[in-house]
Design a protein around this ligand. Structure first.
Ligand code: AMP
Length: 222
């Protein structure tokens, strides 16, 4: 099953694609996570990406396309993948189409997680992540038992540098200008499925699971 999870920053792509990964046993591929890891390890690519990321801008297409080309060549993607945060521009979508063609694979669906803008800002400003184990929290929607401390491992909770309010506004603007056109792009390709991203994590996951479940049945019989 080859899926793209599309949606604005804060729509819940990361949370939901991790749950989909567990349920369907196919890897979640997040360019944001890959770039953050490179940034932390201070690799040349990470240092190049850092300035763009901290400013809420997109990292150049050729950089992320290179990462995805390498990642899709890994054997664990043979049974499928969930792309989270890629593609983010029409040029990336076109490059992905070419890569998949070369690999003799095709997309099964592009699921768009829909959340109104006012809620996106509230979600992003309250988001906190454990600096040790990566567990996500939210100051309002899923607060830790003790402020600033991870419930799971006791690590300290941090705010992503690009989750400061001014940067959030910038990321949403970039999304509207550069990524939102992908909704129409994949609709034209007949691949788009819309899903409301409103409600609890479990409610949203139930919606996504029913979409993905429908695809796997169609794939098995079709
Ligand atoms: P994310 O975790 O998906 O919100 O990504 C965090 C940041 O990483 C974005 O604001 C961009 O600066 C960068 N990034 C992640 N994925 C991409 C992509 N597909 N194209 C360009 N930049 C990306």
């Amino acid at each position: 099953m080859n899926l793209i999870l599309l949606g604005a920053p804060g729509a819940g792509k990361g949370t939901q694609s991790k749950l989909l990964q567990e349920k369907w046993n196919i890897p979640q591929i997040s360019t944001g996570d890959m770039l953050r890891a490179a940034k932390q390890a201070k690799t040349p690519l990470g240092l190049q990406a850092e300035t763009f990321m901290n400013a809420g801008k997109l990292v150049p297409d050729e950089v992320v396309i290179g990462l995805i080309r390498e990642r899709l060549a890994a054997p664990d993607t043979a049974r499928g993948f969930i792309l989270d945060g890629f593609p983010r521009t029409v040029a990336q979508a076109e490059a992905l189409g070419g890569l998949l063609k070369d690999l003799n694979r095709r997309l099964d669906a592009v699921v768009n997680l829909e959340v109104p803008e006012a809620e996106l800002v509230e979600r992003l400003t309250g988001r906190r992540t454990c600096s040790s184990c990566g567990t996500g929290f939210h100051l309002v929607f899923s607060p830790p038992r003790q402020a600033g401390v991870c419930d799971r491992c006791g690590g300290s909770l941090i705010q992503r540098e690009d989750d400061q309010e001014a940067t959030i506004r910038r990321r949403l603007k970039v999304y509207l200008e550069q990524t939102a056109p992908l909704v129409a792009y994949y609709e034209r390709a007949g691949l788009l499925r819309g899903a409301s991203g409103i409600g609890s994590t479990e409610e949203v996951f139930a919606r996504l699971s029913s979409i993905v479940g429908g695809l796997s049945i169609a794939g098995a019989t079709g």
